[in-house]
Design a protein around this ligand. Structure first.
Ligand code: SF4
Ligand code: SF4
Length: 407
C-alpha cells in the first residue's frame, strides 16, 4: 500500500453518504465499503488489541455481537444487507487512531463512557479503540503527557480522528483555561491538534455549542469547536452527555465508508439527530389525547401522562435518546419521569432548561404530521404558523372541565 493510497484511506473530506438513494447507489456503496474494510484489515491494529478477543473475554457472544451490528446498521440508516460488513468494520475499528481532548467542561461524556457497570458492545468498543491520547483517562501527566500528544500527532499526521469534549473560552484574554507548562490557551491547544486531524468530532453540548459554560452571561466567552475551527470536516454529537452509541456510530461510519456521515445544518449526524424526541416518545399518545401532568406527583404523573405542561421540550429537540435510551438502554429522562430539557440543542440551558412550557411555543397540532429533520422543521420553530400547544392544551382542559360538568 503506497503512501498516497494510505492517505486516501484516512481522508474524511469526500462527499457524504446520501441516505435517500436507490438500490444502485447502495450496491456501489457496498462494494466501496467492502474494499475499504479489506484494506483496513491489512493494517496492524494501532494498539495491538484484537477487538473480538476482548469482546469474547467480556462475555459478548458472536450472536450478541451480530445482533448489535444489525442494530447499528439500522441506526446508521443503511440497508440490512450491510450488517455483515458493519460487523467486519467494527472488528477493525482500532485501525483508526483517536486523540481525545478535554477542554472546558465537567468530563460528563467521558464519565458516561466509563461509569457503566454492565457495558454494552458500544461502550466496550469505545474502550478498546485506539485512544492515542486522552487527558482524562491516561496515566501520563505533565511533560510526559505533552510528549505523548506530540508523538501521536506526529506519528498519525493526517490520519487521526480528533474527539473534543468541552467548550473553548475565547472571552477577554482567552486565559480562562490554559494547559501545560507553556500556558497554552485551550483555543491554541485545539488549533494545534486540529491542524493535522482527518476530521474532528465534537462530543457533548459544550464542545458543539458552548453548552453550560456558554450559559448567560457566558463570563468566559465559551464557544463550540465549529465556531473557531475552520476548513476541517466537523461532526457534532451534542447532548449532555452525548450517547456512547452515537460516538461509536460516527467512528464506525468513518471506518466503513471513509466519510463523515450525512449532517444537518448544525453539523449533527442525521442518523442520530434526524428524529424529534416528541415523535418517538412513549408518552406521545397522552399528548395527542390531551392528557398532561399538571404538577409533580399528581395523578397524571402517576399515570405517565405527557410532561409538556411541566416543561418538556421534546417537541423542540432532535436526538435519538427516545429510541436508543441511556444506561444500557435501561431508561431515558422522559421514561424516568422528567421532561426533556433540550440538551442537544444550541443554548439549551437558557432556552429550554426550566420546568414550564415556553410561553411562545407554537408547535404543530397533535397528529399534524412528523417533521423529518431539523432542516425541514426549521430553526424558525417559534415563528411556525401552526396550531399552538396552548390552544390544544386549552381545548383539552376545556374538554376535561366539560366532562366533569356533564357528570
Ligand atoms: S411533550 Fe415531551 S413527554 Fe409529551 S409527548 Fe412530547 S416529548 Fe413526550
Ligand atoms: S430527553 Fe432531552 S434533555 Fe434528556 S438526554 Fe434526551 S435530548 Fe437531552
Amino acid at each position: 500500500m503506497n503512501r498516497e493510497h494510505l492517505r486516501g484511506l484516512f481522508s474524511a473530506k469526500s462527499a457524504r453518504v446520501d441516505t435517500n438513494r436507490g438500490e444502485e447507489y447502495y450496491n456501489s456503496l457496498f462494494e466501496r465499503c467492502k474494499k475499504r474494510v479489506e484494506e483496513l484489515k491489512r493494517l496492524e491494529p494501532v494498539n495491538g488489541v484484537d477487538i473480538m478477543e476482548v469482546l469474547e473475554d467480556e462475555g459478548v457472544s458472536r450472536r450478541d455481537f451480530l445482533k448489535w451490528a444489525s442494530a447499528m446498521t439500522a441506526t446508521l440508516m443503511l440497508p440490512a444487507s450491510f450488517t455483515p460488513l458493519v460487523a467486519e468494520a467494527a472488528e477493525v475499528m482500532n485501525r483508526v487512531p483517536v486523540i481525545w481532548l478535554e477542554l472546558q467542561d465537567c468530563a460528563g461524556n467521558t464519565e458516561a463512557l466509563i461509569r457503566s457497570d454492565g457495558p454494552k458492545v458500544d461502550e466496550l468498543i469505545l474502550d478498546i479503540i485506539s485512544f492515542e491520547f486522552n487527558e482524562t483517562l491516561m496515566t501520563a501527566a505533565g511533560h510526559q503527557a505533552e510528549e505523548q500528544l506530540e508523538d501521536a500527532m506526529h506519528h498519525f499526521k493526517g490520519k487521526y480522528l480528533l474527539f473534543v469534549e468541552g467548550a473553548i473560552p475565547v472571552g477577554a484574554g482567552k486565559e480562562w483555561c490554559t494547559i501545560g507548562a507553556s500556558g497554552e490557551t485551550f483555543e491554541e491547544h485545539l488549533h494545534r491538534v486540529a491542524k493535522d486531524a482527518a476530521a474532528i468530532v465534537a462530543v457533548g453540548t459544550c464542545a458543539t455549542f458552548g453548552g453550560v459554560p456558554a450559559a448567560a452571561p457566558n463570563p468566559t466567552g465559551a464557544v463550540g469547536v465549529m465556531d473557531i475551527v475552520k476548513g476541517k470536516p466537523i461532526v457534532n454529537i451534542p447532548a449532555c452527555p452525548a450517547n456512547p452509541a452515537n460516538m461509536v456510530g460516527v467512528i464506525l461510519h468513518y471506518v466503513l465508508t471513509g466519510q463523515i456521515p450525512e449532517l444537518d445544518s448544525l453539523l449533527r449526524p442525521k442518523f442520530a439527530f434526524g428524529y424529534r424526541i416528541h415523535d418517538n416518545c412513549e408518552r406521545r399518545a397522552h399528548f395527542d389525547a390531551g392528557e398532561f401532568v399538571e404538577e409533580w406527583g399528581d395523578e397524571g404523573a402517576q399515570n405517565n401522562f405527557c410532561l409538556y405542561k411541566v416543561g418538556c421540550k421534546g417537541p423542540m429537540t432532535f436526538n435519538n435518546c427516545s429510541i436508543i435510551r441511556y444506561n444500557e438502554s435501561v431508561n431515558w429522562p422522559i421514561g424516568a419521569g422528567h421532561g426533556c430539557i433540550g440538551c442537544s440543542e444550541p443554548d439549551f440551558w437558557d432556552k429550554y432548561a426550566y420546568e414550564r412550557p415556553m410561553a411562545d411555543a407554537n408547535i404543530k397540532a397533535p397528529t399534524g404530521g412528523v417533521e423529518k429533520s431539523v432542516d425541514e422543521f426549521g430553526l424558525g420553530l417559534l415563528s411556525a404558523a401552526a396550531v399552538g400547544i396552548g390552544i390544544h392544551a386549552a381545548i383539552s382542559a376545556f374538554a376535561g372541565k366539560k366532562d366533569e360538568g356533564d357528570e
